[in-house]
Design a protein around this ligand. Structure first.
Ligand SMILES: *[C@@H]1O[C@H](CO)[C@@H](O)[C@H](O)[C@H]1NC(C)=O
Ligand SMILES: *[C@@H]1O[C@H](CO)[C@@H](O)[C@H](O)[C@H]1NC(C)=O
Ligand SMILES: *[C@@H]1O[C@H](CO)[C@@H](O)[C@H](O)[C@H]1NC(C)=O
Length: 298
């Protein structure tokens, strides 16, 4: 009586594997890039892989000192608030689908970032590296990048060509770093064709950053030591709408002859400066902050 049972079992096994295979083929046919044949649901021990959100990997707040191997299915990677010092190439070798990496609040230095580690991520859109120990903007970066968040590091240098290929970058946040005027070359921002928001608040700039990208709409430069704005500065950024220069050293003599009579500007923040006269503005302006200057009311 053993033979028929074995046969039935064997038939069931065959049927099962055929079924599994056809389901897998269906998935692969649907969206071949999202499914890897080897490690569909592999989850690094250190992390949490929510079954209902298979493209996300949660490894935050765990005291990790190393980046675990990232499975190929992952789009969203959460590694914030750990003790990670380096970004090697190896853990990312299969992570070709990554769109989003959050590495805020770690201990990453430039020496710890291996050359190809970031640039090999050909689909990366968002890179969060706030509150780390970076002294320069990491380079090379993936050309696909749309947002680069580097607030609260020690960045004082921008390597030549760092931004030259980042045609899709819309947001660059460098607030609360150590940028001096000499961080910029003539062509530092060249190539950022789609940049809309540039935040360099809380650095050590004495001059306006040179040659900004033409699509810049939001320019945040609060808490620097900027004394003046060059003549015709706004001509190269004809879309600038939000301009924040609170907590600087602007005086009347430092303003261009047109002042802020620029039709694109909607929101102008000039609090905590050294202006003594009400500056020229445009009729389109919707919000103006001028408190804590030396303007005498008549
Ligand atoms: C990448 O995938 C290969 C093949 O599946 C595997 O042997 C290797 O361990 C993976 N690498 C990482 C870092 O997960
Ligand atoms: C930039 O974005 C466009 C539109 O989403 C996309 O087609 C293009 O491939 C992107 N460029 C890079 C270098 O990823
Ligand atoms: C600028 O400095 C002032 C005073 O220290 C602070 O209140 C404000 O939040 C700072 N703003 C930015 C954008 O750093």
């Amino acid at each position: 009586m053993a033979t028929p049972n074995c046969l039935i079992l064997w038939v069931l096994l065959i049927a099962d594997s055929v079924w599994t295979q056809s389901v897998r083929q269906a998935f692969e046919a649907q969206d071949p890039e999202d499914w890897d044949t080897q490690d569909d649901f592999y989850c690094p021990r250190e992390c949490f892989c929510p079954p209902s959100f298979p493209t996300a990997l949660y490894c935050e707040n765990r005291g990790l000192t190393k980046i675990p191997p990232i499975p190929s299915r992952i789009w969203y990677l959460y590694l914030e608030n750990n003790l990670i010092e380096s970004i090697p190439e190896k853990p990312f070798e299969n992570a070709t689908q990554l769109r989003w990496i959050n590495l805020n609040k770690n201990k990453i230095t430039n020496y710890g970032i291996e050359k190809g580690a970031l640039s090999q991520l050909k689909k990366l859109l968002f890179l969060f590296l706030e509150d780390n120990e970076l002294e320069e903007v990491p380079s090379p970066l993936p050309r696909s990048l749309e947002q680069l968040q580097l607030a609260r590091n020690k960045v004082s240098r921008i390597p030549q060509g760092t931004f030259s290929n980042l045609e899709n970058l819309t947001l660059l946040d460098l607030q609360h770093n150590k940028l001096l005027d000499n961080a910029f070359q003539r062509d530092t921002f060249k190539g950022l064709k789609n940049l809309m928001q540039l935040n360099m608040a809380k650095n050590a700039l004495r001059n306006m950053p040179p040659r900004l990208p033409a699509n810049t709409m939001q320019l945040f430069l609060d808490n620097n030591s900027i004394e003046g704005i060059p003549e015709n500065y706004f001509n190269v950024i004809p879309k600038v709408a939000f301009l924040r220069l609170n907590h600087n050293k602007l005086s009347d003599a430092g303003l261009p002859s047109r002042g802020f009579d620029v039709s694109s500007i909607l929101d102008l923040q000039l609090s905590h400066n050294q202006l003594t006269n009400f500056p020229r503005i445009n009729a389109n302006l919707q919000h103006l902050h001028l408190d804590h200057n030396k303007i005498k009311s008549k």
